[in-house]
Ligand binder design. Structure first.
Ligand code: NAP
Ligand code: MG
Length: 402
């Protein structure tokens, strides 16, 4: 069989530890035999980030912005222990943080559903995608303890020196205060990324906040979403048969639990942080969660939502067999290949991505899976190691193709 051809390369961001091992195996076993894989390769492994003083991360993000589609392996975000373990020149920043800041993107996270791994919530039939605003609010706060009696104020000093003041509270005794901010530019980018993604995936978009209580701050989010929707997206949504609506966060939570799923839920930074972990867990496993960063001008970076699976890697280094789940990483590749196919008009490439995803899901639904899934699978599971799983997927892909 002739291998599938690509016209534009994918930006490939290699990573660390167990996921780096899986990365190479996925390419060898599931991709290269079928695709004449074209990538622009960046090694974001911690050693190379240190060697290049993290320039490689910046270069990879620039390449993602140039070519439009990237696929990223999980990477270590160094802490003090890693600085020692790797003898690092400094505690480099999170690559994901750097890439997200450069692409000004929004992260969409969606679970991969398979029969036999049932969501904790009985009514959920389709994936629920969380879109998390990744800038500001309490993640960029200024806070302090109040020692005792006194007045706390909000003060804004304009460029012209003019002050605007509001009393936060007249303290009679000790307490705490916090200042947070956000930017119109960032909220607008977030809104546009959400509207684009909803059209792209043909799913309804919900946005939730707490504007009844936060009448200026949260209300501003709501207004920006509505203005951009009315001015730029209303017609396209109607044509695509999808809807946008705003609701209070508490109402959204109640509706999500009663829903069948199948929507995008846009959340402010903190809500998205908390809700994405809840959604992942309720759908079964972090190892089955995909993640895509979408920039407001329509550039995409696909990855798995989990980390480098360090505990498995240390066992792997000792020569022990590991059963690490490669599904989310495979789906990062299929997501990227499908998007590349769509952008370049390569239907075969899109079809291949669909078939590979079907082979992965089919393999699990027929009972062959890694240990993490076997533990929660309803039915008799054949628990295999990572490589055996990849080979089983390949066998199935070959069978389906004949
Ligand atoms: P993790 O790598 O996601 O793993 C946490 C635990 O979850 C694992 O020990 C494992 O549980 C289970 N798990 C996660 N993915 C799995 C998979 N594919 N198959 C089977 N089990 C899986 O998180 P972490 O241990 O907190 O972080 C490890 C490193 O990853 C850190 O250096 C962190 O900085 C980095 N990280 C990177 C990203 C990213 O690049 N996007 C995201 C998060 C973390 P058991 O051990 O019980 O089997
Ligand atoms: Mg979190």
């Amino acid at each position: 069989m002739d291998k599938l051809q690509m016209t534009t390369p994918l930006v490939e961001m290699d990573g660390d530890e167990m996921t780096r091992v899986l990365w190479a195996d996925i390419k060898d076993i599931l991709l290269r035999p079928y695709i004449d894989l074209k990538t622009v390769y960046f090694d974001l492994g911690l050693k190379n980030r240190d060697k290049t003083e993290d320039q490689v991360t910046v270069d990879s993000a620039l390449a993602a912005m140039k070519y439009g589609v990237a696929v990223k392996c999980a990477t270590i975000t160094p802490n003090a222990q890693r600085v020692e373990e790797y003898g690092l020149k400094q505690m480099w920043k999170s690559p994901n943080g750097t890439i997200r800041a450069m692409m000004d993107g929004t992260v969409f996270r969606a679970p991969i559903l398979v029969k036999g791994v049932r969501p904790t919530v009985r009514t959920w039939e389709k994936p629920i995608t969380i879109a998390r605003h990744a800038y500001g609010d309490i993640y960029r706060n200024t806070e302090m303890t109040v020692p005792g009696k006194g007045r706390a104020e909000l003060v804004f000093t304009g460029e012209d020196g003019r002050e605007t003041r509001k009393t936060i509270f007249d303290f009679k005794g000790p307490g705490i205060i916090q200042g947070i901010h956000n930017l119109d530019s960032s909220i607008s980018s977030f809104a546009r990324a959400c509207f684009k993604y909803a059209l792209d995936t043909r799913q309804d978009l919900w946005f939730s906040a707490k504007d009844t209580i936060s009448k200026v701050y949260d209300h501003h989010f709501k207004d920006i979403f509505q203005e951009i929707f009315d001015a730029e997206y209303r017609d396209a949504f109607e044509k695509a048969g999808v809807t946008y609506f705003y609701t209070l966060i508490d109402d959204a939570v109640a509706r999500i639990i009663r829903s069948k799923g199948g929507m995008i839920w846009a959340c402010k930074n903190y809500d998205g942080d908390v809700m994405s972990d809840m959604i992942a867990t309720a759908f079964g496993s972090l190892a089955m969660m995909t993640s895509v960063l979408v920039s407001p001008d329509g550039k995409y970076e696909y990855e798995a939502a989990h980390g480098t699976v360090t505990r498995h890697y240390y066992r792997y280094l000792k020569g022990e067999e590991t059963s690490t789940n490669p599904v989310a990483t495979i789906f990062a590749w299929t997501g990227a290949l499908r998007k590349r196919g769509e952008m370049d008009g390569l239907k075969d490439l899109c079809d291949f991505a669909d078939r590979l995803e079907k082979a992965v899901v089919g393999t699990i639904e027929d009972g062959t899976m890694t240990k993490d899934l076997a533990l929660i699978y309803e039915g008799r599971a054949n628990a295999v190691n990572s490589r055996e799983f990849l080979n089983a997927v390949r066998d199935r892909l070959e069978k389906d193709s004949n």
